[in-house]
Design a protein around this ligand. Structure first.
Ligand code: HPA
Ligand code: ZN
Length: 326
């Protein structure tokens, strides 16, 4: 029986983490009070009881709604610092953090407030928490391609703080190719590329993200298992998948954790990583996730170590940094 030290606390990188999805009920109410925002929940207990999701969309409705409490640079700094403290306690040494600028600019919060606030926490992360960081700016795929292009334009003064672009929000009906132009523009600006694909959407969306958007990693990629030819390709090209097993259970992509295909995906030779996605909403941070897949799927210590190794291999770290972090 591996101890908690060898499962939950293994040194690891987290590569699929939405900073807005780390907003815990306590902090949400603290920020609501600080900013004079009225939440449609009496208290943290009532808010927690709302965390019963049927699918991705039912989660997204609550997730975007709760962001109403985030207003100032200080709010974004506090949010990121709280995540980094929790992540450090669970063995995270490197974090590549998604944020959703359109979810804030649509509420009248300038992108500068978001990026500068997050950056204040990220700049101190190494010294305070022993975690190196990267920032990944996501486009909301249920918004227009023009809105994504405008977001990239608005981010131009902040690109020195941003490593990559990503694609998130409601997947089905919003195939990757819709964002061809903005991904080309991002690549021309020197940004790296990832995208959510194959969370609820078909395997064809994974292929499209690779071929049309030129992504280096696939976020989720769960539905690749429906297409053996695609699995072969992902193995051959060593495309990392940032899986989020607890998210898949809460958003009902799989019925129960015991049914998650992670063991079969690893056995097929896929470059799998496990991550927390939106830990405040899905019942655990990344160390908890390692522990849960050990318990529910019987992954042994060697397999957990392989997942942790994969997380550094798949990270946007140069070789020297990678060696120091592991
Ligand atoms: N999928 C798509 N969009 C998201 C997610 C997710 O799991 N979490 C936050 N935004
Ligand atoms: Zn996600």
């Amino acid at each position: 029986q591996p101890t908690d030290r060898t499962t939950g606390n293994l040194p690891k990188a987290e590569l699929h983490l939405h900073i807005e999805g780390t907003l815990e009920p306590d902090l949400a109410f603290t920020l609501a009070a600080r900013n004079g925002v009225r939440l449609p929940y009496a208290d943290t207990e009532e808010l927690r009881r709302a965390y019963l999701f049927e699918d991705l969309q039912s989660f997204l409705d609550l997730y975007y709604g709760l962001m109403a409490v985030l207003h100032t640079e200080q709010d974004f700094e506090d949010l990121a610092d709280a995540y980094l403290a929790r992540a450090a306690a669970q063995g995270v040494r490197h974090a590549e953090i998604f944020f959703d600028p359109q979810a804030h600019t649509a509420r009248g919060i300038p992108i500068a407030t978001v990026v500068e606030g997050l950056s204040r926490a990220l700049e101190r992360s190494e010294e305070r928490h022993g975690i190196s960081t990267r920032l990944i700016m996501c486009f909301l795929r249920d918004q227009s391609a023009e809105s994504a292009l405008a977001t990239l334009e608005a981010a131009r003064p902040h690109l020195h703080r941003i490593t990559a672009v990503g694609l998130d929000s409601a997947e089905v009906g919003h195939p990757p190719a819709k964002f061809r132009e903005v991904y080309e523009a991002a690549a021309a600006l020197g940004l790296r590329r990832v995208a959510h694909a194959g969370e609820e959407g078909p395997p064809a969306y994974i292929t499209e993200a690779l071929d049309v958007l030129g992504v280096e990693r696939i976020d989720h990629g769960l539905t690749c298992m429906q297409d053996p030819g695609l699995v072969d390709r992902l193995v051959r090209e060593r495309i990392p998948l940032t899986l989020c097993p607890l998210s898949n259970v809460r958003l009902r992509a799989v019925d129960v954790l015991e049914d998650h295909p992670l063991p079969q995906m690893m056995a097929a030779g896929l470059l799998c990583t496990v991550n927390s996605d939106d830990p405040a909403y899905f019942g655990g941070y990344v160390g908890d996730t390692y522990h849960a897949v050990h318990e529910a799927l019987g992954l042994d210590e060697e397999q957990l170590r392989a997942l942790a190794r994969n997380s550094f291999t798949a990270a946007f770290l140069d070789d020297d940094e990678e060696r120091r972090r592991r």
